[in-house]
Design a protein. Structure first.
Length: 269
């Protein structure tokens, strides 16, 4: 039981919306504020990527309202979701908008917050551990290391229309940081890999694709930029892709594999 007074946690008031990050999957990665929100909310509007075990932490009697968006499947539109949040708050509910990862890292949390602000609805943003950090940690891959990189680039693998992101300077992206982390890139990975190599990345550069990161079903495929498209074919979403020399540290830092809870990787390359 969380002692809200001892920790100085804010009250979750009626008519307010909290945009909360649920982390990449493992319920143990929830923040104290996220747990506090789950224990207080009247309605939990949750995404498809939220682990079902997390929903069991909601207050008894809370309404669980699914608002997941999944590529290629019938889903509520973003305006519909924002309107639902506004309506629930105006009815006086304590509304928890629970989103996988961090709500503002490729999670449309900013869009929902802007809609709430325009409607005059009070809100709070509670960050979560994004898959580009938590997923790498569970795969034994440090996001940064003094011997390899002092910069990282995060990018999404598809645009709002589902295509490869347009208007990007792929040469600049390829050369801008030693480590690249790609979200939602599995569908367009062959095309993205080609563009990065065209921009100057080495075909033999190490790549890891992490599927269902931080969950019991986590799978990690190791390959190279030149061969990752075929090596990762069929890997299940959601997945996170990391490109760069930090991938090589996994050989020594795969702490989860050492516990015997992860599937064996296929050979690199």
């Amino acid at each position: 039981m969380i002692d809200s007074a001892l920790l100085g946690l804010p009250d979750f008031e009626g008519g307010h919306v909290w945009l909360v990050g649920a982390g990449p999957g493992d319920p143990g990665l929830l923040s104290v504020l996220a747990l506090h929100a789950l224990a207080s909310a009247d309605v939990v509007v949750y995404d498809a990527l939220v682990d079902p075990r997390i929903l069991h932490l909601a207050r008894p009697g809370a309404v669980l309202d699914f608002a997941g968006k999944r590529g290629g499947r019938p889903s509520p539109t973003q305006p519909d979701i924002s309107a639902r949040l506004i309506g629930l708050a105006r009815d006086g509910n304590r509304v928890l908008r629970l989103k996988g990862g961090d709500p503002c890292v490729f999670g449309r949390g900013g869009e929902e917050a802007l809609a709430l602000a325009a409607a005059g609805v009070s809100f709070r943003i509670v960050p979560g551990i994004t898959a580009g950090i938590g997923g790498l940690a569970y795969a034994g891959i440090p996001l940064t290391h003094r011997d390899t990189n002092s910069a990282v680039t995060f990018l999404t693998g598809h645009d709002s229309d589902g295509a490869v992101p347009g208007g990007l300077d792929w040469r600049a992206i390829a050369q801008g940081a030693p480590v690249l982390v790609l979200y939602m890139a599995s569908r367009h990975l062959p095309s993205i890999a080609e563009r990065l190599m065209w921009g100057g990345r080495r075909s033999e550069e190490p790549v890891a694709v992490i599927s269902k990161a931080t969950t019991a079903a986590q799978r990690v495929v190791l390959s190279t930029l030149g061969q990752v498209a075929s090596a990762a074919a069929g890997i299940e979403a959601p997945s996170i892709v990391v490109i760069g020399e930090v991938v090589r540290f996994r050989a020594e830092l795969d702490w989860l594999g050492a516990l015997g809870t992860r599937k064996v990787d296929p050979p690199a390359g």
